[in-house]
Design a protein around this ligand. Structure first.
Ligand code: BGC
Length: 825
């Protein structure tokens, strides 16, 4: 029996990765809701259109299926259910030592167990040895994983290996920028390489499955998990999703150094109302399909082996019991061959959502909706036996879930290579440092770079500025450089800005003075005077301010988006010295930088850059590398603008052409606007400066008129090409992210004012020009109609090509009615 008596909130440390910064809270199951829902309505589980293609050819391989069949035939009900059960070891002690303990009671003592293991009397070792455990989470390290694996492979009747999953989100030991920062690179090949690198590191510690990538679109930076995804745009999000899958899984999951990906959190978790963690999402099906689903779909099409069902409810149905999402769309329409794992205790949370009055109902709803593996709820193992015996859950449903898990286990080669192999990576790898340094360099976004007294922009720092004052609570904090999911990275491996600037000062004979000034969140002003003195004595100030890593990530929602603690006051005091100031902003989300934008000469968004943070920042501030990052999310002027995103709908009263910096007067009131702040972002999506400048001209389209039948004829062949010439008009070689946006006017459903439809990183020498082209077809130009079907209609399109979502060089074309204009669905 599960213990539902505890009414309080149970706090536990998240074992495994990132334990230093993550506290989990989960609600005990006694807080029950009101509603109980019946069996899944047939219509919801039936796909609108059935995919004929396997999403992952390896998982669909008949040879694997034959092995699955053979094994399944031998399995008892308990062994089958075991494959659907996931726990961690929760051990602080070495499991090898624990394995030596004689009795279960002894083992409990050795494995300093943390809820739910103690609360639920789970002995993960015993479960592994008896075939009642299928996978483990955040149980990391060659010794730890091998200990459990030996039990599963050698002691259990059928010798089925465990799959070890972990939250390796932006690096295992060698840490690269948080995913939002990585998205700012717009460099998908780089993401492939980084993802592969982290898989190579983590597999040496027994991890064969990453709970990554998080592909949730986030349009509201109050949501802390914004830091874990690629930001607000579906096109960029989909490109990043594909890149992670390629990097993790390669072409063959069984190859050494490859891991199965778990795409999360399905679905639309990023639309949590008010950005409040675990909160409800509610949206139209067209918005779901057009904005939120594309990155998950792209990941599935790229062959993702697993998906994680989200905590949130979507339009009233919790994602972890949502047949519309998990069966109709994911399996029916997208042909997903992998398995679905619940998020942490999300099956238990169905009771809190109010759609199940008891664990049995929650279990039935989750598994019949399509959740194959229960992460930590302790429901599948306790509830499924009776549910199957009573016929409430058909055996075929369990068999299918087990098949899906076994397919992934066979495909990953776990049966042949169950143990961690090779030398375990236990620290940042020197050979990987150049790659994470490059990633950190590319992730930096130069938001402002004003000319100062001598007529030149403040950045890159001129060698004449011999004495630098480095100030701020984030200037020398190794732990804070890695962000919310620092994998198993060590603080001691991380280079801070202070360290990197000291190295530079030694090389160049420059002088560096460092003052912390204040704390991130609860600083007194005691450090202000020394910081102000340091600034006054210097030729330029670098001010490293922002959030701590744990202010974003899971359960890191914020209602205020300004600099925390008294950092704003420190900023104002330093600016008041009159010295040139570079503001380095560390954050897991867009912050409100309104004051800084008006008063600070140079602003650089640094996100959380990872192990090589300091070096990368110094490289860019000193001009060895020109910044090339572009924002993957809009930076607001005020929190009240949120959710703020560039691809918004036009409204019937657009405020086009009005001066929104002034309160409304005369005829300017009755428009879609605020009376106290402009509508626009302070720094828009796609924006980012370089040390060079770029000009765009000759934006053209290959055709101005396309018959509708042609546009609908072939979904994979582009039918119009948009081109532009981009020129480096500055005096140094630099990289620009060229972006292509489209607008569709005249469709049966209102369409966004513009949508990203392509991008390319282009490196140009001074004076050099290049013609950049974007091939547009169904993927880029279609939309979801009132029946939530993708289509193209006879409408007008505008295409812009430029350096941000404000690109103003455009061309137009039309899709015109034709004889065969029937929509293809
Ligand atoms: C998070 C997931 C994570 C899981 C396992 C959950 O709380 O939402 O993103 O993968 O824990 O640690």
């Amino acid at each position: 029996m599960i213990d539902c008596s505890v009414d309080a909130i149970t706090m536990k440390l998240s074992p495994g990765l990132g334990t230093n910064r993550r506290l989990r809270t989960f609600l005990a199951c006694s807080t029950v809701g009101l509603a109980i829902a019946g069996l899944t309505p047939h219509a919801l589980t039936q796909p609108a259109s059935q995919s004929n293609h396997p999403s992952n050819a390896q998982l669909a391989d008949p040879r694997i299926e034959a092995r699955v069949d053979r094994l399944l035939r031998q399995m008892t009900l308990e062994e089958k259910i075991g494959q659907l059960v996931q726990y961690n070891d929760t051990g602080d002690e070495s499991p090898a030592a624990a394995a030596g303990a004689q009795t279960p009671a002894d083992r409990q003592n050795v494995i300093v167990a943390i809820n739910p293991v103690t609360a639920n009397h789970i002995d993960a070792m015993n479960l592994a040895a008896t075939g009642q455990l299928g996978s483990m989470l955040n149980t990391v390290g060659a010794q730890r994983t091998n200990t459990y694996q030996h039990l599963a492979v050698e002691k259990s009747r059928l010798h089925i290996p465990l799959l070890f999953g972990a939250d390796v989100i932006h690096g295992f030991r060698t840490i690269y920028p948080v995913p939002l920062g990585l998205a700012a690179t717009w460099d998908t090949e780089l993401v492939v390489d980084l993802a592969h690198m982290s898989a190579e590191e983590a597999t040496t510690a027994g991890v064969r499955w990453f709970y990554s990538p998080m592909v949730d679109i986030s349009r509201d930076p109050r949501w802390g998990r914004t830091t874990e995804g690629a930001g607000e745009d579906p096109y960029l999000g989909a490109a990043m999703a594909r890149a992670y899958i390629r990097g993790y899984q390669g072409d063959d999951l069984s190859q050494p150094g490859r891991v199965a990906a778990s795409v999360k959190h399905f679905a639309a978790y990023g639309a949590a109302e008010a950005g409040r963690e675990y909160n409800t999402t509610d949206m139209s099906e067209t918005t779901l399909r057009q904005i939120y689903l594309p990155p998950y779909k792209a990941a599935v099409e790229a062959g993702a082996a697993t998906i994680m069902s989200a905590f949130n409810s979507l339009n009233g149905v919790p994602s972890s019991a949502n047949p519309f999402l998990l069966t109709r769309i994911l399996r029916g329409e997208w042909g997903f061959d992998g398995f679905v794992v619940s998020d942490y205790t999300s099956i238990m949370e169905l009771i809190n959502h109010g759609i199940a009055l008891d664990p049995a109902t929650a279990t039935r709803k989750a598994i019949t909706a399509g959740v194959d593996v229960d992460m930590m709820s302790h429901f599948y193992d306790t509830q499924l036996p009776a549910l199957i015996r009573s016929g409430q859950v058909p055996m075929s449903v369990v068999d299918e879930a087990v098949r899906r898990v076994l397919r992934v286990k066979f495909a990953t080669g776990l049966f042949e290579h169950p143990y961690a192999e090779g030398t375990e990576v236990t620290a940042a790898v020197d050979a990987h440092r150049p790659l994470v340094r490059k990633a950190a360099e590319e992730s930096l976004v130069l938001l402002q770079n004003d000319k100062i007294a001598d007529g030149a922009p403040l950045l890159p720092l001129s060698p004449d500025r011999k004495k630098i004052a480095l100030i701020g609570p984030l200037a020398d904090d190794t732990a804070e450089m890695v962000g919310a999911w620092g994998g198993a990275g060590h603080d001691r491996d991380t280079i801070t800005v202070h360290q990197a600037f000291e190295e530079r000062a030694k090389q160049t004979g420059g002088e560096l003075v460092y003052e912390k000034g204040t704390e991130i969140e609860e600083g007194s002003r005691a450090g202000f005077p020394a910081a102000i003195e340091a600034a006054k004595s210097a030729d330029a100030v670098i001010l490293a301010l922002g959030e701590s890593g744990s202010m974003s990530g899971e359960a890191g929602s914020r209602a205020y988006l300004d600099l925390p603690g008294n950092q704003q006051q420190l900023l104002e005091a330093i600016v008041a010295t009159g010295k040139p100031v570079v503001l380095l902003v560390f954050s897991g989300r867009p912050l409100v930088l309104d004051w800084a934008q008006k008063h600070v000469s140079a602003i650089m968004e640094a996100w959380f850059p990872g192990t090589e943070a300091g070096h990368a920042i110094a490289d860019v501030l000193y001009g060895d590398v020109s910044p090339s990052g572009k924002l993957p999310m809009s930076f607001p002027r005020a929190v009240g603008q949120e959710p703020l995103y560039y691809n918004q709908f036009p409204t019937g009263r657009p405020a086009t052409g009005l001066d929104l910096s002034k309160p409304p007067g005369g005829d300017s009131r009755f428009f879609s606007r605020f009376i106290d702040v402009p509508n626009s972002a302070l720094f828009p999506f796609g924006y980012g400066l370089s040390y060079s400048t770029f000009a765009y001209r000759d934006v053209k389209v290959s055709k101005t008129s396309i018959p509708l039948a042609q546009a609908l004829a072939n979904r994979s062949t582009p039918f119009v090409e948009a081109t532009a010439t981009v020129t480096n008009t500055g005096s140094r070689t630099a990289t620009e992210v060229v972006q292509c946006y489209v607008r569709n006017l005249g469709a049966s459903i209102e369409q966004p004012v513009r949508s990203l439809a392509g991008f390319e990183r282009v490196t140009l020498a001074p004076g050099e020009s290049k013609q950049v082209s974007f091939r547009l077809g169904f993927n880029e130009l279609s939309f979801y109609d009132i029946d939530a079907k993708p289509t193209i209609e006879a409408t007008n399109y505008t295409v812009w090509i430029g350096g941000s979502s404000l690109a103003d060089e455009s061309a137009t074309f039309k899709v015109v009615p034709s004889a065969q204009s029937a929509a293809v669905h």
